[in-house]
Design a protein around this ligand. Structure first.
Ligand SMILES: Cc1ncc(COP(=O)(O)O)c(C=O)c1O
Length: 366
């Protein structure tokens, strides 16, 4: 039985293998493993791709969030508002700098932060809002930016899943004051290990980020801040430069895969994902909602089809945040989503045949 992977990274490697091998070989031959020329080249290319003035790469998407918060001087005693329906890293980064994560519920159809609920959560301690561009689609960033402007807060887009997405005339990572992304291998633009980046139009923030990721140095061996060791490896930059050359074609293929799923699943008793007008998702996940989700997932697994649940427990109910005192039922839309969402195989390399098998299997199990 042929297995259908959730994300077929091996197929992608085979497709561009010669380019990968040459790019990786060049870094090894030069032995420029730390801050080699590919890193700066990639930063210029990523900034140009999304339209931000500056890109500062770093070791992973979690560090990218920590670096952004620290560059803004956010720490102990501060509050940061974010969506409860995200990967732990979003809230973890807030807590890591000593601030308190304040959770907001989501829209039921997009799973993105419900901007209408943000204002109620603002206090004198609020410093920033982190909207999360979950599953590859930006939330209502115009609304979030407007609230932030009214209360003099900073917006940091957590774009770990959305680099390449479109929002109106702009692109994810260039709509808010700061944005962060992740190059974890499974992301739409992923490397061959961990990687991340921060984007901003603000030259002073970019300079601060560059220093913080290098032990807070002002120049070599001179340090003005307690920083981090959070560089992107040259090898990862080389891999990403190859993938970036094919990225727009892959985004187009992902639209095609999503459109085919929409067609194939139209008549089944499940809820398909929604993308708002004026936005383009990069489809980090194609997540449907089904009843008896765990049973359906198990049956798909037995038929050789990999699925995943992003995410089974919202952040406000995670054990680590128990001291914040949230109870089940406090953010009900996210809690219901966590019980029913199921991510289907999605990448630029999913074939129409694979998708037919997914739809056929789902049809017999629902
Ligand atoms: C929404 C979100 N934020 C942050 C991260 C953290 O990125 P990383 O795994 O590169 O640290 C991820 C990815 O894992 C994510 O999905």
């Amino acid at each position: 039985m042929k297995k259908i992977e959730l994300i077929d990274l091996a197929a992608q490697y085979r497709a561009y293998q010669k380019e990968f091998d040459a790019a990786i070989g060049a870094v090894c031959a030069r032995a420029s493993f730390i801050m080699g020329p590919e890193v700066a080249e990639l930063e210029r290319a990523l900034a140009a791709h999304c339209g931000a003035a500056h890109c500062v790469t770093c070791a992973n998407g979690t560090d990218a969030l920590v670096l952004a918060l620290r560059a803004l001087g956010i720490g102990t005693g501060d509050e940061v508002i974010t969506s409860t329906f995200s990967f732990i890293a979003t809230a973890e980064a807030i807590a890591t700098v000593g601030a308190k994560p304040v959770f907001v519920d989501i829209e039921p159809d997009t799973y993105l932060i419900d901007a209408a609920q943000i204002e109620d959560k603002i206090t004198k301690k609020t410093r920033a809002i982190i909207p999360v561009s979950l599953y590859g689609q930006c939330p209502d960033l115009d609304a979030v930016n407007a609230i932030a402007a009214k209360y003099k807060l900073t917006v940091i887009e957590d774009a770990a899943q959305s680099f390449g997405a479109r929002y109106g005339n702009g692109k994810s990572c260039a709509i808010t004051r700061i944005a962060t992304t992740s190059f974890f291998p499974a992301k739409p633009l992923g490397c061959y290990g961990d990687g991340g980046a921060v984007f901003t139009d603000d030259a002073a923030i970019a300079e601060k980020l560059s220093s913080l990721r290098l032990h807070g140095q002002s120049k070599r061996y001179y340090h003005r801040d307690i920083g981090m060791n959070s560089r992107l490896d040259t090898l990862q930059a080389a891999v990403l430069l190859v993938k970036l050359r094919h990225f727009d074609d892959e985004i187009a293929s992902r639209q095609e895969v999503a459109r085919r799923y929409d067609e194939l699943l139209m008549k089944l008793p499940l809820t398909r994902p929604t993308v708002r007008d004026g936005r383009l998702s990069v489809w980090a996940q194609y997540a449907v909602r089904v009843k008896d989700r765990d049973i359906v997932a198990q049956e798909l697994k037995e038929a050789g089809i990999a699925t995943a649940v992003h995410y089974p427990l919202p952040l406000h109910l995670q054990e680590v945040f128990a001291p914040l005192g949230h109870r089940p039922g406090s953010l009900p839309v996210a809690e219901e989503a966590a019980r029913t969402v199921l991510s289907l195989p999605m990448s630029a390399f999913v074939t129409a045949e694979d998708q037919k098998k997914v739809a056929k299997t789902l049809a017999t199990k629902l």
